[in-house]
Design a protein around this ligand. Structure first.
Ligand code: COA
Ligand code: MG
Length: 304
């Protein structure tokens, strides 16, 4: 997924706007953008929206950000929204892989109650919002088959460590936050899931957003979170690969699909291709936001 647009969970108007924004996913927020007094109402609004929304490709994936596990609010969030079958739940302030397992078990209970297959709802996690989560980056791997993306956040981490700003006078993230960004890339690669870049809060400055997106693509992020619909076209453009690269990636996937699961090394246009090339090709195709049904050897749940 290239662009993931945050939408406050208590705003049906913004949900309608977001649906037409071109974002690959909407993150319907029950956490920081919703005040405590409006949590119940937001749960109802989000559940109704997810239940009634168009879901077929290319409609955006629907992700619900629940409240953190230590708030006492998470179970009520899940009880309200899982039955509407969102594509994923985004866990803020994830402290370690154990939190992913914990959330997975809670989701499983709600899936069972709603008659959904276990594992229907995936998990995305914000893993750098606390010092503890960042220090436990290696533990997110291999804990739950639901985990499909790791993202980083800078605002809450600043509050956790007592930093008065996360950027220096030139606008560059300071060391701790650059470390958080790098650890997210490493943890995502180690876990075999997508790495998602953090929000750019100065939402009127599209030039600076463009540079931040280019750096994110270069470094291995597969997408970026947005807070305003105006950011979506910039993010989509930056994370959409060149058509020649997509064409080549589809060829590589087709070759491996035709050669069967045992194939290790093949050749294309006189060059050796092996399994790392296949993984790279799959990433390219996902970033292209293509209709997964049209591609060989790809699980629909893994595409875009
Ligand atoms: N999703 C959907 N629609 C949005 C939107 C969003 N994230 N942000 C703005 N819009 C809509 C506005 O409602 C407005 O539509 P309208 O005039 O028809 O009502 C239009 O886009 C233009 O908005 P604009 O006036 O430029 O911005 P704003 O001052 O209304 O809103 C924010 C600014 C930051 C409050 C808003 O962008 C927002 O709510 N962002 C998401 C915040 C969030 O979820 N944070 C948590 C994660 S960090
Ligand atoms: Mg936050």
């Amino acid at each position: 997924m290239r662009s993931l647009l945050f939408v406050p969970g208590d705003s049906p108007r913004k949900m309608e706007k977001a649906a037409g924004s071109g974002a690959d996913a909407l993150i319907l927020d029950l956490e920081d953008s919703v005040s405590l007094s409006r949590k119940t109402e937001a749960r109802e609004i989000v559940a109704a929206y997810v239940a009634g929304a168009e879901r077929a490709f290319p409609a955006p994936r629907l992700i619900v950000r629940v409240n953190a596990l230590d708030t006492g609010l998470t179970d009520d969030d899940l009880a309200a929204v899982i039955k509407a079958r969102p594509d994923a739940v985004l866990l803020p302030k994830a402290g370690s892989g154990a939190d992913i397992q914990d959330l997975g078990a809670r989701i499983a209970v709600e899936e069972a109650e709603a008659g959904l297959d276990e594992g229907t709802v995936r998990i995305h996690a914000l893993m750098t919002e606390t010092a503890g989560g960042l220090l436990q980056a290696g533990t997110f791997a291999g804990k739950s088959g639901r985990l499909s993306a790791l993202a980083w956040g800078a605002e809450d981490l600043a509050a956790d460590i007592g930093a008065t700003s996360n950027k220096d006078e030139t606008g560059r993230y300071t060391d701790v936050f650059r470390l958080a960004r790098s650890m997210t890339l490493l943890a995502a690669a180690h876990s075999g899931v997508e790495a998602v870049d953090t929000v750019f809060t100065d939402f009127r400055n599209l030039e600076a957003l463009t540079s931040e997106c280019q750096a994110a693509v270069r470094d291995g992020f597969s997408g970026k979170m947005a807070i305003h619909p105006g950011q979506v076209p910039v993010i989509n453009a930056a994370f959409t690969p060149d058509p020649q690269d997509v064409e080549r990636a589809i060829k590589i996937m087709a070759l491996f699909a035709a050669a069967g699961p045992e194939a290790g090394v093949l050749s294309l246009d006189g060059k050796m291709i092996d399994r790392p090339h296949l993984r790279q090709a799959e990433r390219t195709v996902r970033r292209a936001g293509l209709d997964p049904a049209a591609l060989p050897a790809m699980d629909a749940g893994d595409a875009t």
